[in-house]
Design a protein. Structure first.
Length: 424
């Protein structure tokens, strides 16, 4: 039998396996299919809370983050909370939502579009419906004014975000080429809806908190409005010039409409199918001969460990065996659930180990059968089955399947079983 040293990280892994992989007891006898499914779900949920990587396999975090981001962006009920977020978070959320719903992003910012200026006093709402000359004049009036924001609702119907950015860039390209200051330009559909802006140009005079003091339509020169506010004018001061309808689409309204008709069931099925098509499997070859190895988990302290108060916790050369303090009161079976012979061996292993905690870990699953096949396999075994990940494989030096792991006499015993050669 081969005796091997084990990494220091094993102490932590033993603790993890002792809580996450080992939560389940023996499989219930003669349980109904629904009862088994409920039991498996509860056990898997408990294990997932303790050690999600052990349950989901390596790469689980990236996959989960991507799925959650898509769902959160698309969910209609989240739109109001998105509006209440800070500007940066709002822009990011709207961008993700637009991508999920196959709409152009309302807020994608690119180089050349100015960032929000502090101490804003004026919000000027503009639209492509005003014509290039009028928009360019409004932009030139706002150059060098850190207290002024120029706001567009988004792209026009049929216009992409890139096309909108190109159009905005053309409005100020001469200044860009000369490296001259640019106006503060924003693309913000929420500002139009929040302040009920239906025609342009509209100018708002705001206080330090961003609350509107007074507004006027048909002008983009702030001088007249400032004079009126100085005289005590407040609220809607009417139209003082020619106005135009807002040509750009309301992306929030478009998103809400699309969310109403979003096929969540089809989306969930596609997400599940995509996961199983791309899920990383830690596959291993079949065992062809019986082999038993021992792994000694004893750790040798490389240097003195001293607490902040000066107490010596451990001296260099001290040894520590996690099995002394933590124990390992279970058996692991690492197998290939797509192999009928190994699946049958798993059934026998569970039966023979009745009364002992058993953790079943598969190296792979049938991608075509997806999650339904995974659940069906668990129901047939009447036992949870986890996916093998690299830390478990490497810690116990698992090289072939099926392999069993148990602890005895302060060492791990790793046994390879050649089921296709009649091994038991």
């Amino acid at each position: 039998m081969v005796k091997r040293a084990i990494p220091l990280a094993l102490a932590g892994l033993v603790a993890v396996l002792g809580t996450a992989y080992a939560q389940q007891g023996p499989a219930p006898a003669k349980a109904s299919t629904s009862a088994v499914a409920d039991k498996i779900m509860v056990e898997r949920a408990q294990a997932a809370l303790e050690d999600p990587e052990a349950v989901a396999g390596s790469g689980w975090q990236e996959s989960a983050d991507a799925t959650i981001a898509k769902e959160k962006a698309a969910r209609g009920g989240q739109l109001q909370s998105i509006v209440d977020q800070q500007p940066t978070a709002l822009q990011q959320a709207l961008d993700k939502a637009a991508q999920t719903l196959n709409l152009p992003s309302p807020v994608a910012q690119k180089p050349g579009v100015a960032k929000q200026a502090p101490n804003v006093k004026y919000r000027i709402y503009l639209s492509q419906s005003m014509g290039d000359a009028a928009v360019r004049e409004a932009m030139m009036d706002a150059v060098g004014r850190e207290d002024t924001m120029l706001i567009f609702r988004g792209p026009k119907k049929g216009q992409t975000v890139n096309q909108l950015q190109l159009w905005l860039g053309n409005m100020v390209k001469d200044r860009v080429q000369k490296a001259e200051p640019l106006p503060n330009i924003f693309v913000d559909p929420t500002a139009f809806s929040d302040h009920d802006i239906t025609v342009v140009p509209t100018v708002e005079r705001v206080d330090e908190s961003g609350k509107t003091i007074a507004s006027v339509r048909g002008l983009f020169d702030t001088a007249w409005l400032e004079t009126e506010v100085a005289r005590g004018a407040k609220g809607d001061l009417g139209a003082r010039g020619k106005t135009f309808p807002v040509a750009e689409i309301d992306l929030l309204a478009a998103m809400q409409e699309k969310v109403k008709n979003f096929d969540w069931e089809a989306w969930k099925q596609k997400a599940a199918a995509d996961y199983w098509k791309k899920a990383p499997f830690t596959e291993l070859p079949r065992a062809t001969e019986a082999r038993v190895r021992q792994i000694d988990p004893t750790v040798v302290v490389p240097k003195d460990i001293i607490a902040p108060n000066g107490t010596v916790v451990a001296r260099a050369g001290d040894t520590f065996n996690p099995l002394d303090s933590m124990g390992f009161h279970q058996k692991l079976l690492i197998f290939d659930a797509t192999d009928k012979a190994q699946l049958e061996y798993a059934r026998k292993f569970l039966k023979d180990a009745a009364g002992t905690r058993v953790t079943l870990i598969t190296t792979t699953m049938n991608r075509d059968e997806g999650f339904d096949g995974y659940v069906e396999m668990e129901n047939e075994l009447e036992h949870p089955v986890y996916m093998l990940n690299a830390p478990v494989r490497d810690t116990f030096h698992v090289e072939m399947v099926p392999t069993t792991v148990e602890a005895t006499n302060k060492v791990f015993v790793v046994t390879e079983v050649p089921v296709h050669q009649g091994g038991k």
